[in-house]
Design a protein around this ligand. Structure first.
Ligand code: COI
Length: 356
């Protein structure tokens, strides 16, 4: 794929690396590519990051035909910049696009676009501990038409922003509310995709949780509201009596997290039994009360790994590991971030330099 480059006259001032937060500061450039029926993908370009004009009748504004991805570029101690399993994001985006009737992006074009943009934005990849360059590829329908149908035109854009920890608490445990009324996904729906609509529908639950003093929502299955599925922006894992439990991702309701998959590979390598199965909230709370619920942690690209210190379901509440980060949670965090930032040898072949 050929990518043209449009230079901006003046570069932005870079923010203080100690106060990046999440998703607040956009870099200088973005990657853009257009798709048109009969023509396919064309005009790949890296251009200044600035507002784009779209028609008010644009399909995405009315029917939410949009998908996105989340990934990061890491600066290693030697200054090398690397990505983590970018082909997994490319594949997942195509699975999302397939469900939402949006065009496929060749995997190699997706990875090339990301690498080319990060190369241009090299100086934006921060070096402070636990900071990275968050990369947000997304695609949406641009056709101006109010009929509900597969659109005839789409845009694929990649933007970046230097980030610190997703939660201001960092690796400190968070409090999670089990949502017993609203649901996120049902079988046959879009739960497994990364589409904007899934997140729009989750905000009400998030607000409810925050009002009650919780950081995130733990969603139950949409049909019976019995089995734990995922947290607002993360997959979730439970260590009960020495074994790991997490919801299966092959039934269409749970996002196939790349961090989740990496954690499972690490855990199995270390000899843990990982059960990708349905765990009922009743069994979970029971384990919390009888002392067998040893650790709970969320996994995601943005949040990496987030220990859970408290779970609330209706009027029931359990505190996990005395509200402290568990030993295994810490080991997983140290190992994964060690590989991502190049401090630990990558025996899985998960990392790739932006110039490779
Ligand atoms: C990520 O972890 O990269 C995500 O996409 C979650 C996001 C909605 C903040």
């Amino acid at each position: 794929m050929e990518i043209r480059f449009e230079k901006r006259p003046v570069l932005k001032e870079k923010p203080d690396q100690k106060n990046l937060g999440f998703g607040k500061y956009m870099t200088d450039y973005m990657f853009v590519m257009d798709w048109k029926k009969g023509e396919g993908w064309h005009d790949a370009r890296i251009v200044p990051h600035e507002p784009i004009a779209i028609d008010p009748a644009c399909v995405v504004l009315h029917y939410a035909q949009e998908t996105f991805e989340g990934m990061k570029a890491y600066r290693t101690e030697s200054g090398k910049i690397q990505l983590f399993r970018p082909e997994m994001n490319a594949r997942r985006m195509n699975r999302s696009n397939d469900r939402l009737c949006m065009p496929e992006i060749p995997e190699e074009d997706f990875v090339q676009a990301v690498k080319a943009l990060v190369k241009v934005e090299e100086d934006w990849v921060p070096s402070e501990k636990d900071t990275s360059l968050y990369i947000r590829p997304f695609m949406f329908a641009t056709e101006a038409s109010l009929g509900v149908h597969m659109a005839s035109a789409y845009k694929f854009i990649v933007i970046c922003c230097p980030v610190g920890a997703y939660y201001p608490t960092g690796l400190d445990p968070v409090k999670i509310l089990v949502e017993d009324e609203l649901v996120r996904a049902v079988k046959g729906g879009t739960g497994f995709t990364k589409c904007g609509g899934n997140y729009a529908g989750s905000i009400l639950g998030q607000i409810k949780a925050e009002k009650m003093g919780y950081t995130q929502v733990l969603w139950l299955d949409g049909e019976t509201r019995t089995y734990v599925e995922e947290v607002g922006t993360m997959n979730i894992m439970f260590k009960i009596a020495g074994e790991i439990y997490t919801a299966p991702v092959d039934e269409g309701t749970v996002l196939a997290g790349i961090t989740r998959d990496s954690m499972i590979q690490l855990l199995r390598k270390w000899g843990y039994k990982v059960n990708e199965t349905h765990l009922s909230v009743h069994d979970l709370m029971k384990a919390g009360h009888d002392g067998t619920l040893e650790e709970v942690f969320g996994t995601g690209t943005a949040a990496v790994i987030s220990p859970v210190g408290e779970l609330r379901y209706k009027d029931d509440e359990v505190i996990i590991n005395d509200f402290k980060t568990g030993e295994l949670t810490q080991k997983l965090y140290d190992t994964l971030t060690g590989i991502q930032w190049g401090r630990i040898e990558d025996e899985f072949g998960w990392t790739t330099g932006i110039e490779e």
